[in-house]
Design a protein around this ligand. Structure first.
Ligand code: C2O
Ligand code: CU
Ligand code: CU
Length: 468
């Protein structure tokens, strides 16, 4: 596991995914879960943060004896965790050493369009981009990834993604597990398709074009079938579905219940007990799992639709979190629908290369929607079911908007499930379903909304809105 000197802000190792492991005999031959290091903050001022990222080429041994060409930030694959505090002034320098253009988008972060890292913020090879912004939103588990037009899917698939964690006074005061890598564990779940040589295969088949690329191998933090030692007690998991297209249905192999405490944009008001979590591409969830009834060395697996892909090994030697989960978490100030000045409709339709929103495919020179700064709006997002074989035939699309976090008003007229009653930036919309969300747009500039199945995004299931 991660030793005590490798946790907390600014104390992590900067490069690569460094893991120190204990060699227990029952774990022999198995891979420990890599814990992404926390990126060093180069600014000694506690109210300011300065980070350096390098987007670079790398190589990994996902399959034994086979070298896979990859991309990563500050290392071979994935990136370090950028960890900031609410109120902090942040500067990030991103150097592009990929040999091709890319961008870095802060998914879920509320910043102006210029800092958002969308398709208009290309970083040419050999150059550096330096966005600066202030953190103005509550504690949350966000993430960052490239967003170059037509290239997002490929860049993310090769390994460009990392977590972006915000802390605030609320989370600091709450008695939640917070020892990073020990009882507060990040899980970036992605699937991959590797060819016979172990290379990442981003050639899209007809099926991939339709459904988005879904590989047959699931990785967590860049490792296949890893294990992680956890304390006997409460453990917080920060889950990110960083896959291009796959929708996961997570369960524990023993059927045990867990609690969801956070959504995309922050903590829920209260923990929600559940034994299954559906997470679509781009979404995050914070969970608390209680391992206190396990014996030393006992294991339980995390499964997707019944298939295990990682293992928790319960250990007496790890520092446990608090024994109780607080029943009040964060305050979520409701947004009154009567304050909304406008209702907009977004219809996701089509299939394969013909996916579109409101009948239009992405055009970087066209602004689809114009919004007044500080306005509150209701967005009605629907997934048009295909007519051919009757209703509800089609596929689910995760809708994501930049520039704001929203609250779900209703799904087909019904209040959202308790685990979605918090800040969201990505929502899964089922075929034939209509979801109404409410948001206030407090940041200026040009932003994207799109399907977070990255192949759909790359084929044009994306539009632009301007706030000013
Ligand atoms: Cu996670 Cu527009 O992106
Ligand atoms: Cu985003
Ligand atoms: Cu889609």
């Amino acid at each position: 596991g991660v030793s005590s000197n490798n946790r907390g802000q600014g104390s992590g190792k900067v490069n690569g995914s460094v893991v120190e492991m204990k060699n227990e005999s029952y774990l022999e031959g198995e891979k420990p879960l890599p814990i992404p290091p926390i990126l060093k903050d180069e600014n000694p001022d506690p109210d300011k943060a300065e980070f350096n990222l390098v987007a670079q080429k790398g190589s990994m041994e996902f399959l034994e004896g086979k070298k896979t060409d990859t991309f990563g930030y500050n290392g071979d694959y994935l990136g370090p965790v950028i960890r900031v505090k609410k109120g902090e002034d942040v500067s990030i320098k991103i150097k592009n050493e990929l040999g091709e253009a890319t961008t870095v988008h802060w998914h879920g972060l509320e910043v102006d369009g210029e800092q958002d890292g969308g398709p208009h913020s290309g970083i040419q090879p050999g150059t550096t981009w330096n966005p600066k912004f202030t953190i103005e939103q509550p504690a949350a588990t966000l993430w960052y990834h490239p967003h170059l037009i037509h290239k997002t899917g490929e860049h993310v698939y090769k390994g460009l993604a990392g977590l972006f964690i915000i802390d605030d006074e609320v989370t600091e005061k709450l008695d939640l597990p917070k020892d990073y890598g020990v009882n507060d564990i990040p899980l970036i779940v992605q699937d991959k398709q590797l060819d016979v040589n172990g290379q990442i295969d981003y050639n899209l088949s007809m099926h991939d074009v339709m459904m988005g690329l879904q590989g047959d191998t699931i990785m967590v933090n860049g490792a296949i079938d890893p294990y992680v030692e956890v304390p006997k007690g409460k453990v917080r998991l920060r889950l990110l579905n960083g896959s291009n297209a796959r929708i996961y249905e997570f369960r524990l192999s023993n059927g045990q219940a867990f609690y969801q405490i956070g959504t995309d944009g922050g903590l829920l008001e209260k923990p929600v007990e559940m034994n299954k979590l559906v997470l679509s591409s781009g979404e995050r969830a914070e969970l608390i799992v209680d391992f206190s009834t396990f014996k030393e060395g006992e294991t339980v697996e995390l499964t997707d639709q019944g298939t295990p892909f990682m293992k928790f090994v319960v250990s007496d030697n790890k520092k446990s979190g608090p024994s109780e989960i607080p029943d009040r978490l964060a305050e979520i100030s409701e947004v009154d629908p009567s304050t909304a000045v406008k209702t907009r409709e977004f219809v996701m339709q089509g299939m394969g290369r013909n996916v579109s929103i409101n009948g239009k495919q992405m055009d970087m020179d066209r602004i689809d929607e114009e919004i007044k700064l500080h306005d509150t709006e209701i967005w009605e997002i629907s997934n048009e079911a295909m007519g051919m074989m009757g209703m509800n035939h089609g596929m689910a699309h995760p809708f994501h908007s930049h520039g704001t976090q929203f609250l779900i008003l209703d799904r087909d007229g019904n209040p959202p499930p308790a685990n979605e009653a918090g800040w969201k930036d990505t929502i899964l919309v089922m075929p034939g379903e209509k979801v109404r969300v409410i948001a206030t747009f407090n940041h200026k500039g040009l932003f994207m909304y799109h399907c977070h199945i990255l192949e759909h995004e790359d084929y044009g299931m994306m539009g632009q809105f301007k706030v000013d």
